[in-house]
Design a protein around this ligand. Structure first.
Ligand code: IPE
Ligand code: IPE
Ligand code: MG
Length: 248
């Protein structure tokens, strides 16, 4: 392995395949799942929360170190207020119902994004969940809340600029590793596998920097129908891939 700046940043787990250390999922298709059943969208989100539970369990059993779930994007504020309220309600419910079990299982909860824009009681619940599980080390569950990758990069640029103007660093010294360390994901393993459900083939402002050399997997399954079996199939697909990082 060379030691240039590019390789200092994201050199995820090992030669080709194996078990990904870090899997991220764009959990998409809840609305279409509900619509196909003549149900309100919130029913799809509710079933989506069940899917998250099952996938987290399967990821832990498979030895994945970190699972990142895109739960609410910074663009999702464009949705009707009623749907946003439903999503906040589910977040409340999910955290209250799951926190003790997650803690018992040694899962550390991390948040990517700015959840302070959420209703104060939800933000407080989230903070309490992060604080309670901070010392856990068996697995990390990172939840992207009010997350946007471009905003994350802007925020990183501001942090570095502030250090420059405080005289701490020279602009020329800013490198990929420093920018990487200024992102919300700084303490997570490099992203190995990014999955999007529901047949959409776009990133929707998710982990743009982090996915530079991640393996991408787009599946047609709607998120509420995704479960342990689907995750295991995704891990098998990943295991069959050859990662090159520009080498040969
Ligand atoms: C994903 O499902 C959940 C969130 C974005 C919160 P959608 O609600 O986007 O479902 P579709 O894409 O409309 O089917
Ligand atoms: C991406 O899904 C965001 C989450 C899954 C939380 P969207 O449904 O919001 O993305 P677009 O609008 O189809 O790009
Ligand atoms: Mg969608």
């Amino acid at each position: 392995m060379t030691s240039n700046a590019a390789s200092a940043v994201s050199q995820p787990g090992g030669g080709g395949a194996g078990v990904p250390r870090h899997v991220a999922i764009i959990m998409d298709g809840n609305g279409r799942w509900a619509k196909a059943r003549g149900l309100p969208r919130v029913a799809g989100h509710r079933q989506g929360a069940e899917a998250a539970r099952a996938v987290l369990r399967a990821a832990g059993e498979a030895g994945v170190e970190c699972l990142t779930l895109y739960a609410f994007s910074s663009e999702n504020w464009r949705r009707p207020e009623t749907e946003i309220n439903d999503l906040m309600g589910l977040l409340r419910l999910y955290i209250s119902a799951e926190l003790n079990a997650l803690h018992r299982e040694g899962i550390r909860i991390r948040i990517l994004g700015d959840h302070r824009a959420f209703p104060p009681d939800v933000a407080k619940l989230v903070d309490a969940a992060v604080a309670k599980t901070a010392g856990n080390s068996r697995m990390t569950l990172a939840i992207a809340l009010n997350y946007g990758s471009r905003a994350e990069l802007v925020h990183a640029a501001q942090k570095l600029a502030a250090r420059v103007s405080a005289g701490e660093i020279e602009p020329e010294r800013i490198d990929e590793a420093m920018l990487d360390a200024s992102l919300y994901t700084s303490d997570l393993p490099p992203l190995d596998l990014l999955i999007r459900t529901s047949g959409e083939r776009r990133l929707s402002n998710f982990l743009l920097w982090q996915s530079a050399y991640a393996e991408l997997l787009f599946v047609d399954t709607l998120w509420p129908d995704f479960g342990g079996d689907e995750l295991r199939a995704a891990l098998a697909d990943f295991a069959s891939r050859e990662r090159r990082y520009g080498g040969r």
